[in-house]
Design a protein around this ligand. Structure first.
Ligand SMILES: NC(=O)c1ccc[n+]([C@@H]2O[C@H](COP(=O)([O-])OP(=O)(O)OC[C@H]3O[C@@H](n4cnc5c(N)ncnc54)[C@H](O)[C@@H]3O)[C@@H](O)[C@H]2O)c1
Length: 250
């Protein structure tokens, strides 16, 4: 999809951090963006904020209805809504609290699957676009912790590992309908979520990067997202966006 002008897009987690930067970049490229978030942000040119809890099916369906009424069915879907969740598998108080573990899975994994599948079902009814008969593209957000899980990150790792694993699977399943599926696995990015990362962990991650040795900027993420949207040959891939860092155990 080379030309994004007038194309409807959905971005979850669109009120903050990586999702906000992506919503802004899509809108600047001419897309009509619905920014879904638990705490919706301010309206801006090309961006319609919508309240949505991705972990609740009825809330997702209602937000997709509202986005469709305003912009038509989305051909671009970017899932950025997510929560952190530090907890040891076995800590001082014993084995992990399964309710806390499940909460991270519910938002990060099931929320992504819910939006991806509900949006894809609508997208499948759209006319295909020349020259490849593409109907649309879905970009999910994994994390490099999916591959180098750090101590205390089990629930988060499980949620992001599943998102990574589903990329090729969903791409294969949606291929007959001309829908591509991709994922970005970010390293450490400068967002409100990263503000909760302890300074010594930030120092370790940025100093272990190959180059450049800094936080990623949300705009770096948004750039990749737009490239993925525009380039029809990218499909079924999880792309690390991390300045080459490999995470330590903690
Ligand atoms: N920042 C990083 O270093 C980093 C690294 C790897 C992966 N990620 C992933 O990138 C994504 C975006 O993270 P970010 O750093 O921009 O965080 P952020 O906290 O700035 O933004 C996340 C947004 O998701 C929203 N959200 C949370 N739960 C929701 C729910 N149930 N329904 C709808 N919206 C919900 C929040 O309100 C928030 O606006 C997340 O999936 C995160 O796991 C971030």
């Amino acid at each position: 999809m080379r030309d994004l002008a007038g194309v409807a897009a959905l971005v979850t987690g669109g009120a903050s951090g990586l999702g906000l930067a992506t919503a802004q970049a899509l809108a600047a490229a001419g897309a009509r963006v619905a920014a879904l978030d638990l705490r919706p942000g301010e309206a801006a040119p090309g961006i319609l904020p919508l309240a949505c809890n991705v972990a609740e099916e009825a809330s997702v369906a209602a937000a997709l209805d509202a986005a469709e009424a305003a912009h038509g069915v989305a051909r671009i879907v970017v899932n950025c809504a997510g929560i952190p969740g530090s907890m040891r598998l076995v800590g001082r108080e014993g084995p992990v609290d399964m309710t806390r573990f499940a909460q991270v899975i519910n938002v990060n994994l099931l929320g992504t699957v819910s939006v991806m599948t509900k949006a894809a079902a609508r997208m499948m009814a759209l006319d295909p676009l020349a020259p490849d008969d593409e109907r649309g593209v879905i970009v999910n957000t994994a994390s490099i912790t999916a591959f180098e899980g750090q101590i205390g990150q089990g629930a988060y790792v499980a949620s992001k590992g599943a998102i990574a694993a589903m990329t090729i699977q969903a791409a294969r399943e949606f291929a007959a309908k001309g829908i591509r599926v991709l994922a970005i696995a970010p390293g450490l990015f400068h967002t409100p979520m990263a503000a909760e990362v302890p300074p010594e962990v930030v120092e370790a991650i940025t100093s272990d990067a190959i180059f450049p040795r800094r936080f990623g900027a949300p705009e770096d993420f948004a750039d990749l997202c737009l490239s993925m949207t525009r380039n029809p040959m990218l499909n079924g891939e999880v792309v690390r966006l991390d300045a080459g860092v490999r995470l330590r155990a903690r």
